[in-house]
Design a protein around this ligand. Structure first.
Ligand SMILES: C=C1C[C@]23C[C@@]1(O)CC[C@H]2[C@@]12CC[C@H](O)[C@@](C)(C(=O)O1)[C@H]2[C@@H]3C(=O)O
Ligand SMILES: O=C(O)CCC(=O)C(=O)O
Ligand SMILES: [Fe+2]
Length: 342
């Protein structure tokens, strides 16, 4: 591992696994190498020494907490989330359920100001908190994508961040609230995990976008899945951010990076609040492997598609689906079936 440091975590199977932790203040050439390495190995890492202001984070956290403390009837005024607005237990349009409630917002400032009217008694305060947080996390996402551009030695190192800087970007902000869960007598066993007291807050999936910037309060629950199928609990850190590779970045890098599968469990003692900025391109932009990522040895793995086409596929499938399979080139899917030439 070339990562600067890592948090050592012991899973139930007592396998020690390090989650890469990357110090953004380190020297640039080494930093870009570490970012690429973490994206390749895990599709997930923690960043420290980022430039997002503490007040920007705490202001949105306060606004989120104020909203979730309202009565159910008040909260439902901001819903249902189809897909934007307030949602409770239902995730997406295809019957996925989890023990959480959430606000899902498009990052376009006009839609935020409109939505804020149903979310807060002080809509201007709410929309300012949301806009400031989006601006800061977008900058962080761009910084990381520029480091990826440098680490991969792309001709235009800004080509990835350009995808999400556009004013028409389809990026989203989500605030999830996982209430403290005391196991009731009539518990739905399908939502329980093993014999622990935790239930599934947000089921296993990968994020469809380019990059996710996640931050939570100091309550654990997030887990990532390793290549050998183990679930790794991620120790929470309310001052720092976690970065996840999404499906679109997997395609842009022609499979060199893999989008990370993850899930969130509830905590039996404390409620958890997380905030995700999902960095996405404009709807009509094409997602196709970057030319530098395609060589005779690494032929393109995916059919070209627009972000709108990918979203349509994502929303037609269940949360945990491996939706990228729909866009794999037939040649690649069937390569194992082709008999070797004589
Ligand atoms: C079940 C679903 C919820 C989701 C849309 C989908 O049909 C499949 C992808 C899901 C996901 C996961 C990451 C983000 O939380 C999200 C907003 C996204 O872009 O894709 C959700 C979607 C959602 O909750 O609407
Ligand atoms: O709440 C979390 O920690 C993760 C949620 C998540 O993965 C999502 O909203 O896509
Ligand atoms: Fe996610």
């Amino acid at each position: 591992m070339v990562v600067a440091s890592s948090m050592m975590i012991r899973t139930k199977k007592t396998k020690a696994v390090g989650i890469p932790t990357i110090d953004l203040s380190m020297e640039r050439a080494e930093l870009s190498k570490q970012v690429v390495k973490a994206c390749e190995e895990y599709g997930f890492f923690k960043v420290v020494n980022h430039s997002v202001g503490k007040e920007v984070i705490s202001t949105l956290e306060e606004q989120g907490a104020e909203f979730f403390s309202k009565t159910a009837a008040e909260k439902h005024r901001a819903g249902p989330a189809t897909p934007f607005g307030y949602g409770c237990r239902n995730i997406g349009p295809n019957g996925d359920m989890g023990d959480l409630e959430y606000l899902l917002l498009h990052t376009n400032p006009l839609t935020i100001s409109d939505r804020s009217k149903t979310i807060s008694n002080d809509p201007i305060k709410f929309s300012c908190a949301v806009n400031d947080y989006i601006e800061s996390t977008r900058e962080l996402a761009c910084e990381i994508l520029d480091l990826v551009g440098e680490g991969l030695r792309l001709q235009d190192k800004y080509s990835l961040s350009k995808l999400i800087r556009d004013v028409q970007s389809d990026s989203l902000l989500r605030i999830n609230h996982y209430p403290q869960m005391v196991k009731p007598k009539s518990w739905d066993p399908s939502l329980m995990k093993g014999n622990s007291n935790s239930s599934i807050g947000f089921g296993e999936h990968s994020d469809p976008q380019i990059l996710t910037i996640l931050r939570s309060n100091n309550v654990g629950g997030l887990q990532i899945s390793t290549h050998d199928g183990l679930w790794i609990p991620v120790p929470p850190d309310s001052n720092e951010f976690f970065v996840m590779v999404g499906d679109a970045l997997q395609v842009l890098t022609n499979g060199r990076f893999t989008s990370v599968r993850h899930r969130a469990l509830t905590n039996p003692l404390k409620s958890r609040m997380s905030m995700m900025y999902f960095a996405a391109p404009p709807l009509n932009w094409w997602i196709t492997p970057l030319s530098k990522m395609v060589t005779p040895h690494n032929p393109t793995l995916y059919k070209p598609f627009t972000w709108a086409q990918y979203k349509q596929a994502a929303y037609s499938l269940r949360l945990g689906a491996s939706r990228l399979d729909l866009f794999k080139l037939q040649q690649q899917q069937d390569s194992n079936l082709v008999p070797p030439s004589p």
